[in-house]
Design a binder for this molecule. Structure first.
Ligand code: MRU
Length: 349
């Protein structure tokens, strides 16, 4: 594997789907082997695997598991049970559109199959996985080209190999810019409440020998005020047709602070994250997660007993706060509906 890219979170094996358990990183590097589609759906809900593109890749392999089980049980009439599995899988998490995108793609292929569907579905899942890595590499180059030498960058959540098929979206740009010798300091928000920045981004970057400096989410605006970063670089769970961006909670406040301080704001996501059927961010479903994720840390209570918590997992950054969206199809500066339409029409949606 090339430099600064040694991690893979999702692996297909002959026995089933292997997922690196992201709930216990960085303290334990444990893999789960899953053989049932319903177990994969639960693993997505529980965030064993997370990050929009990684969820999409995982769902594609889950469809292979479903087909394997359903075809073995009822070779002449496996499709109705498979369709039910796909319906359940699509509901595992609501915000990342890559999940519905992958399920839809696998379902369309499954519908056209005569005989054993597994070889064709496995080839499709592998193609989705490989295409995601290739897209990340392309976006890495496109995004890194925007960054002036010596820039400090700030990222939010985890958008790296763990969150994708491999290499990463925003973290892919950071990997590419680092490899090109362009970056000063890489800053990462710790990303409360799930600590994707502190636990996952820091783990990936340390492992791949890219120095990283963590900060609490509330320090981001002050970091910008001090002139330490020139770019905020984030991923996305869904980009609406008008360029509004859903991403990890805290992204919006970072974008507001960036605009206030004249810091550029870059969103990096494959075209599978662009949802032209969703007109604007107002139409994107925002996942609400359990209050305990806020009230506890590492299973220990951190809040006063009796307090309640509001825990939206994502927020919407309006297109007007985005300087550039980078996809594998190209860059869109100051996105709006017309520019997103022409980006997605280049090779069809
Ligand atoms: O709740 P998570 O960890 O799945 O949220 C992940 C994010 O918000 C990422 O920024 C997004 O999925 C893009 S990952 C390349």
């Amino acid at each position: 594997m090339p430099d600064h890219d040694s991690i893979r979170a999702v692996r297909w094996t002959d026995s089933g789907l292997e997922l690196l358990d992201q709930r216990v990183l960085p303290h334990q590097e444990t893999c789960l082997l899953l053989e049932q589609c319903s177990d994969v759906a639960q693993a997505i809900t529980d965030m064993v695997v997370r990050g929009a593109p990684a969820i999409g890749v995982t769902a594609a392999y889950a469809a292979v598991l479903a087909a394997r089980v359903r075809y073995a049980a009822q070779p002449a009439d496996w499709k109705p049970a498979f369709a039910q599995d796909m319906q359940q899988l699509a509901q595992a998490r609501p915000t990342a559109v890559n999940l519905a995108w992958a399920v839809d793609r696998m379902q369309r292929l499954a519908a056209s199959q005569q005989g054993d569907p597994v070889p064709a579905l496995l080839a499709e899942a592998r193609a989705i996985h490989d295409a995601d890595i290739a897209a990340n590499r392309a976006m890495g180059e496109l995004g890194a080209a925007c960054i002036e030498a010596g820039s400090g960058v700030l990222t939010h959540c985890n958008t790296g190999s763990l969150a994708t098929g491999g290499y990463g979206t925003a973290l892919g740009v950071i990997r590419s810019a680092w490899a090109a010798g362009k970056l000063g300091t890489v800053y990462a928000d710790e990303t409360r409440p799930w600590l994707q920045g502190a636990r996952l981004t820091a783990w990936e970057l340390v492992k791949d020998k890219i120095p990283v400096t963590l900060l609490v989410d509330g320090a981001a605006a002050w970091l910008m005020q001090q002139g330490r970063v020139q770019w905020v670089i984030v991923g996305s769970d869904r980009i609406a047709a008008n360029g509004d961006v859903a991403n990890k909670i805290g992204t919006y406040s970072t974008a507001v602070a960036a605009r206030h301080h004249g810091v550029k704001f870059m969103v990096v996501a494959p075209s599978s994250t662009v949802d032209m059927d969703t007109a604007s961010g107002a139409d994107i479903p925002i996942e609400r997660r359990a209050a305990d994720e806020v009230l506890q840390a590492g299973g220990q209570p951190v809040a006063a007993a009796g307090a309640q918590a509001w825990n939206p997992a994502f927020d919407i950054t309006p297109a007007e706060l985005v300087d550039v969206i980078v996809t594998e199809r190209g860059r869109v500066e100051r996105p709006d509906r017309a520019k997103m339409c022409s980006l997605m029409a280049i090779t069809g949606n």
